[in-house]
Design a protein around this ligand. Structure first.
Ligand code: DAH
Length: 366
């Protein structure tokens, strides 16, 4: 068999001559060898997967690759056998070059992946975020603990209430402003979202006879929204009914409670007030814990923060609930949990309690 130079050139030229204007000219054997070298060089220097892929398609593409085109020229070659052999050699060289470069690129890609995914074991660890109880839950538990130690038990009632329990049996007259839609959120069937936890004292007294000592924590709702008011907030109701309970018991209990929950330095003041279900009634303010009494926007510059309402249970309320007012007396109080949480943890805006901002919860971890 002669070398490509001697056998191929004339035959190839002859084939070109017969090929006609539309078809590609049949290359010479030297040209095929040259093409193989060029392809090898280009493939070997393809720097990226994309350029390698472009070369693969242009050379070895199943439909219109260069190799397919050249193969189609074999029948047209003057010396088909010699052209066929030269073509096979070219095909093998191109395919080998593609495979070799593929292996090399895969190696580089794998190394890059390993580098990108490398774990620096010397970095400090990331601590998982630990959940914490909400300030209102913390305060509620603390208040429960104080009253439990004073012999109180815990009672609960529904948030969706009847007018009777929320108002009527608590001695609210028919036309009392608290019954107005301004303040109370009514539900279509005539029921309402309880505006305070006081209906739980009614439910408790209807269910059992004195001695009674309960506290009733829970959510309450009012049509109100500003720095100190949110439409949903939390209260704890307290009720103590027995023989011989006096205003002195009420004061002593609340003063002991405030000293336990805040500090001994926290002052409490009793302001005469009015509630339909207590007589006499008092509101209790404590030294504003945000400004320690100096005055700030949260306490409207008074230095005091109202935290609860209280009083001696009105005999009519005892009577409404089937408890003999001539034999028994009692006191009751209702405390805003959110206010207490704001004071205890120095939170100036009640709304931050309900915005679920983790930063607040992290600061108030109990
Ligand atoms: N229920 C009252 C309110 O939400 C608070 C309150 C005041 C409750 C005096 C009481 C009480 O039990 O004796 O404004």
């Amino acid at each position: 068999m002669g070398g490509p130079g001697s056998t191929g050139s004339t035959g190839a030229t002859g084939a070109t001559g017969r090929a006609g204007a539309n078809t590609a000219p049949v290359p010479t054997l030297e040209e095929l060898a040259l093409l193989a070298s060029e392809a090898e060089a280009a493939i070997a220097s393809s720097a990226t997967r994309a350029s390698w892929e472009a070369l693969r398609v242009s050379w070895a593409g199943a439909k219109s690759g260069r190799l397919k085109e050249l193969q189609a020229l074999i029948p047209k070659a003057a010396d088909k056998r010699a052209f066929g052999q030269a073509f096979n050699l070219l095909k093998a060289r191109v395919e080998d070059a593609l495979a070799a470069r593929d292996t090399e690129l895969s190696r580089v890609e794998a190394a890059a992946r390993v580098e990108a995914e490398r774990v620096d074991v010397t970095l400090p660890g990331r601590r998982p975020l630990v959940g914490s109880l909400h300030p209102v839950t913390l305060v509620s538990r603390e208040i429960e603990a104080v009253f439990r130690s004073l012999g109180y038990s815990i009672a609960e009632g529904p948030e969706l209430e009847d007018d009777r329990y929320n108002f009527a049996l608590l001695n609210f007259p028919e036309d009392h402003p608290a019954r107005d839609a301004q303040d109370t959120l009514f539900v279509e069937d005539g029921r309402l979202l309880r505006t305070h936890t006081s209906p739980v004292q009614i439910r408790t007294m209807l269910a059992r006879q004195p001695p009674i000592r309960v506290i009733c924590p829970g959510r309450v709702y009012r049509n109100d929204n500003d720095l100190r008011h949110s439409p949903m907030f939390h209260q704890v109701e307290g009720l103590c009914v027995a023989e011989g309970i006096t205003l002195g018991d009420l004061k002593g209990t609340l003063e002991a409670f405030i000293a336990r929950l805040f500090t001994r330095q926290t002052k409490a003041r009793f302001r005469p007030s009015y509630f339909p279900f207590t007589e006499p009634s008092a509101e209790v303010d404590i030294t504003c814990q945000i400004c320690l009494g100096n005055g700030c926007p949260t306490c409207s510059h008074t230095g005091w923060m109202e935290i609860l309402g209280s009083g001696m249970v009105d005999p009519r309320v005892l009577d409404n609930c089937g408890i003999d007012p001539d034999r028994y007396s009692g006191f009751a109080f209702g405390l805003g949990l959110d206010r207490v949480a704001m004071n205890k943890y120095g939170i100036p805006n009640i709304r931050s309690l309900f915005e679920s901002d983790e930063r607040l919860l992290r600061q108030v971890r109990g």
